[in-house]
Design a protein around this ligand. Structure first.
Ligand SMILES: *[C@@H]1O[C@H](CO)[C@@H](O)[C@H](O)[C@H]1NC(C)=O
Ligand SMILES: *[C@@H]1O[C@H](CO)[C@@H](O)[C@H](O)[C@H]1NC(C)=O
Ligand SMILES: *[C@@H]1O[C@H](CO)[C@@H](O)[C@H](O)[C@H]1NC(C)=O
Length: 309
């Protein structure tokens, strides 16, 4: 299929730092990040002007409608921009992520005693300005195919939420210091494959393979092969005696689902970060499975290589 129509989805520039409140070194760093991001956008647009494609650029926050009528979405930012694009596309339109301002290891080391000089994370991004034209050409000429990433479908009391999660879902009390109470069971074709587990904890996190290297990994979970269709779940900071249970951390196989019942007054389901959230209440039944439309992404070589191992 020839790719003719492209949509560029841009990470916003954010608010300018307040000079009076910020250390001069940090201010220089933040201003430089602005400039590098802007230069990357201009660079990619210059390249696109030379290609036989129609394209338009939209700031990611300006886009609320689902994306239709394009053959490829190019995100320019980091993983956050790619995640935001993923919520607006079906299982047909592929995404290419461009990391506009990659973290520089030497810079992080140089400033480690002063501040955190981490720039954008682009785990799922296969391009930077360095290789953008090369990667774009290989896509436009049909020399590379996108990978299909598993997404999660979440339903509350039998109704599917409209957003599919690409990275992870967190179900927790809206106040981080408050206890979350819930019970869950893993089922397959409506038959239980685990006992009912009753938990008091800081909540529940479930990730896809793509998200297993993000918050799940920070929490002590294991990285999964990017091509896996299983999900990984972890009860956050469980309170004993349930904590001794073998079921605090594990997999939800691709043909299984998790059936959880929320048993405290307030709760929130967060999808891929904090911006997409749904309020839940006592007695709500939440089902989580990988039975969602997959997402096509042109992945970086390093991830594809790991998947083969
Ligand atoms: C985004 O929306 C703002 C306000 O509606 C508008 O001024 C701006 O031109 C838009 N920019 C892009 C790139 O979509
Ligand atoms: C999910 O849990 C609820 C409440 O415990 C129960 O009524 C329902 O039958 C369960 N569904 C499945 C598929 O096990
Ligand atoms: C839910 O998302 C909205 C919109 O992004 C945000 O303003 C709000 O703070 C979030 N709510 C919670 C409880 O995190």
């Amino acid at each position: 299929m020839a790719m003719k129509r492209l949509l560029l989805l841009l990470k916003p520039f954010g608010v300018s730092p307040q000079p009076s409140h910020t250390h001069p070194q940090v201010l220089d760093f933040l201003n430089n990040r602005h400039k590098v991001h802007r230069d990357s956008i201009n660079f990619c647009q210059e390249i696109l002007r030379k290609k036989p494609v129609e394209w338009k650029a939209v700031l990611r926050d300006n886009l609320t409608q689902r994306i239709n009528d394009v053959d490829l979405v190019v995100t320019i930012g980091g993983d956050g921009t790619l995640l935001q694009a993923s919520h607006l596309v079906d299982d047909k339109i592929p995404i290419l992520g461009v990391n506009s301002d990659p973290t520089r290891i030497d810079e992080v080391e140089q400033f480690s005693g002063e501040f955190d000089a981490t720039r954008s994370t682009g785990h799922l991004c296969s391009a930077t300005v360095e290789n953008f034209e090369q990667v774009l050409d290989s896509i436009l000429e049909g020399r590379v195919a996108p990978s299909e990433l598993t997404r999660m479908r979440i339903s509350v009391n039998g109704l599917h939420l409209s957003t599919y999660a690409l990275n992870d879902v967190l179900v927790a009390h809206p106040c981080p210091a408050s206890l979350s109470r819930f019970s869950f069971r893993i089922t397959k074709e409506d038959q239980p494959c685990s006992p009912q587990v009753n938990c008091r904890s800081s909540g529940l996190r479930i990730s896809t393979a793509a998200g297993s290297t993000a918050a799940m990994h920070s929490a002590g979970g294991f990285p999964m092969s990017i091509s896996s269709r299983d999900l990984q779940y972890m009860v956050r900071e469980p309170i004993s005696p349930a904590a001794v249970s073998d079921f605090m951390h594990g997999l939800i196989k691709h043909d299984e689902k998790m059936n959880a019942t929320w048993t405290c007054r307030k709760g929130v389901i967060y999808i891929d970060g904090s911006h997409i959230n749904y309020t839940i209440q006592d007695g709500d039944i939440i089902e989580i499975s990988s039975k969602a439309p997959s997402l096509k992404v042109f992945l970086p070589h390093r991830l594809l290589q790991l998947a083969k191992m």
